[in-house]
Design a binder for this molecule. Structure first.
Ligand code: UT7
Length: 333
């Protein structure tokens, strides 16, 4: 018997605290105009210390997805958690989410694949379901990044973009080939690892953390924005094309494209390249900024809530990010 995965439920959680561009302009040299022009972002959400954690935000998103799927936590037999901002250096957030949900014993896999994390996680869960190993998987992407950036001139290119949030989906095994994940496509090229990375505190040097690192800014994430942008537009287009070709589809067959919310200009570029009308591309970066592994599942959950997907629709999700990594998933809804 052939098994496939169906997305049975979607959920998201975003912290309550809304940070507008002008709030950032009040504490560092930037402006609403610069941020909107270059990124499309108008506001984002920041976590509240003592209330929001990566795992408990993931759990809130997961509970919403489980409710939509009509699935109890006890039915989940696999957790795949994508994040680059786990609470602890180790263990990862997967086991903490598992503890939050009260489902000890099942495997909890952590994936550190940056902005492509959610599609990588979806792919891993899909493979386990297709082999018949697991029946009901929770796939989560969650990040807290607002405490990794610096609100200063040297940190501003990252600080205006990256933000916090969580999204989740419940995948279930199905034998019906009609409504399912059709395929996933994963890629990486470590040649460019240092174009978007956070060097410290890592294992390269004898002392993981020094005062010098704090002073010289090397504890901050670093991005060569223009290099990332150039690779992103090429790889997004390639990996979407790969997904369409693998399933004998063409761009005009896409009913909804959910690109990783990296930059509204990147989304627009891809939309134009694929010649899709605006209504077929879902963007919410304007309200949430770039939430890395959480961006696609948050957008998917909001798209479902807004009634943007009906049974039989062709959904394409695609991502590009640090690593570099890039990935796509095609779903017959
Ligand atoms: O999600 C993972 C993948 N990430 C991406 O895909 C991000 C890809 N890259 C980008 O989205 C864009 O490169 C950025 C939005 C990060 C930057 O936009 P840009 O148009 O590439 O700007 P830039 O880095 O070339 O900087 C242009 C100017 C510089 O000033 P000068 O040298 O022209 O005087 C920067 O110092 O803008 C300055 N700048 C800022 N000004 C105001 C950089 N950040 C800011 C800021 N506010 N926040």
């Amino acid at each position: 018997m052939s098994y496939y995965s169906i997305i049975k439920g979607c959920g998201h959680y975003t912290p309550e605290q809304v940070i507008h561009n002008n709030d950032l302009a009040a504490i560092m040299p930037t402006s609403d105009e610069w941020i909107v022009d270059r990124t499309g972002i108008r506001e984002r959400r920041y976590f509240e210390e003592g209330k929001d954690t990566v795992a408990n935000m993931g759990a809130r998103a997961a509970r919403m997805a489980m409710e939509q799927a009509g699935v109890e936590a006890q039915q989940i037999d696999l957790i795949v958690f994508a994040t680059i901002t786990s609470e602890y250096y180790f263990p990862g957030s997967g086991v903490l989410l598992q503890r939050e949900l009260g489902v000890p014993g099942i495997p909890a896999i952590d994936l550190k694949m940056q902005c492509s994390g959610f599609i990588y996680a979806l792919s891993v869960a899909d493979q386990f379901i297709r082999t018949g190993t697991y029946k009901t998987a929770l796939v989560v992407g969650a990040e807290i990044q607002s405490n990794a950036v610096e609100f200063s001139e040297r940190g501003r290119n990252m600080a205006v973009i990256f933000a916090d949030g969580a999204g989740a989906v419940v995948l279930q095994a199905t034998t019906s080939p009609e409504h399912r994940i059709l395929s996933t496509h994963l890629h990486a090229d470590g040649t460019h690892a240092e174009e978007l990375y956070m060097r410290h505190p890592g294992s390269l040097q004898k002392q993981r953390l020094t005062h010098e690192m704090l002073d010289n800014g090397s504890l901050l994430p670093h991005m060569n924005g223009q290099a990332v942008f150039k690779h992103a537009v090429t790889r997004f287009a390639e990996v979407i094309d790969e997904a369409l070709k693998a399933n004998d589809c063409k761009p005009s067959d896409i009913d909804l494209l959910i690109p990783h919310q990296a930059n509204l200009r990147i989304s627009e570029y891809i939309r134009e390249k694929l010649q899709l009308p605006e209504a077929k591309v879902f963007n919410n970066i304007q309200r949430y900024g770039n939430t890395t592994a959480a961006s696609i599942p948050i957008a998917l959950s909001e798209a479902v809530q807004a009634g943007k997907l009906k049974p039989g629709d062709l959904l394409c999700m695609a991502a590009f990010g640090s690593g570099f990594t890039w990935a796509s998933a095609l779903v017959r809804w």
